[in-house]
Write a new protein. Sequence first.
Length: 399
Amino acid sequence: MGGARINTFLSYIKTKDRSLLKILRHLKITEKNGRIYLTVPDPSKKEELESILRVKLGDRLRENVVVVTGESGEDLRRSGISPRFTFENFIVGEGNRLAYEVARSVAENPGSLYNPFFLYGKVGLGKTHLLQAIGNFCVAKGLRVAYRSAGEFSEEMVESLREGRITEFRNRYRGVDVLLIDDVQFLSGKDRTQMELFNIFNHLYMREKQIVLASDRHPRDLRDVSDRLVSRFEGGVVVEITLDEVTKLEIIKRKLQELRIAVHDRIVRSIMETTGPSVREIEGAIRTIKIRGPEVLRPRGSKTDLERIQEVVASYFGITKEELLGNGRSIRVSRSRRIAMYLCRRLTGASLIEIARAFQRKDHSTVIHSIRRVEEERKKDRKTDYILTFLEKQIRGKF
Ligand code: ADP
Ligand code: MG
């Protein structure tokens, strides 16, 4: 640590967010060309920190803060592998099944069946996850594994070259059992890196060591990558990974559960709609919900779901919204109110306190009471159940 900019940065964070300061305290912080670099141990930590920074820092500051993965305290037998990404926590569906299955076979029988394994697809679909899962699986078997993005591989090569350690560099990679190179599209135009990789590739391949590559495009669509390297990449099995809607839905539900967020239809649907075909985007949306609550996904300025529910219920029972929110105790009004509270709880992610507030109640004990009572009624009385089912359908149509 040190450096004027870093100190300014840290004292700014201190005034803004002490919990963030705590996280930063454990990281290596450096300064280069006016930017601040935060070094985290592995790629999963990188994404986590980036998403925290996205939420907590303003745009202008964020532009000058870069999160990078570093080598600190690295175990050379599992170089670049994060324990976070496994086959077990990879959710499989139609669009990624083949990729998953080939990855598993590769992990189980490295160097024999599919060599090299070239995985490609758009960003955020799980390529890095699968590479890392292969890595973890092989590390557990006692194999020597190295994971690098092509960019990191290239930087390491350039630095080794500059410092006269290129032989050491070559030997390091020639000594692995499984070589995982991610984002190989970044080899584009890097002739020397391509040459080094080509030689390492051949060395490993001849010894039946496993090579796995991932990219955002098919090998033949790589730009400024030498033909001989492309033909090596195509020489084993090439698999595309995609994300279909059914799998996307499944992933949303599972990830909500993992973060212990209630899996309400409305939340699931708004994540489906506000995210593209990318698991990374889904995770981002869910993390934002976790930090800021489900309200963030709603377009600003529109009515809240609680208000919509109140309106539907009031008009169904033929009372005004003022009556619904007021203190009137007539049977019809109090029943409508209980039902509205119940539906708010059932159909939105709102907390009891939020519901109490929406009904202008000071504390939420009335809400708890009302919900319980409606639950009882619903169980016992078919007509109530019928009304509630009808209202639920109507309300869902309005979200
Ligand atoms: P890519 O390398 O294809 O851009 P990543 O592997 O980095 O995508 O995936 C982005 C995020 O989504 C990661 O946190 C990863 O764990 C998660 N992810 C992707 N696919 C799945 C899946 N099928 N099941 C569970 N998590 C997934
Ligand atoms: Mg990736």
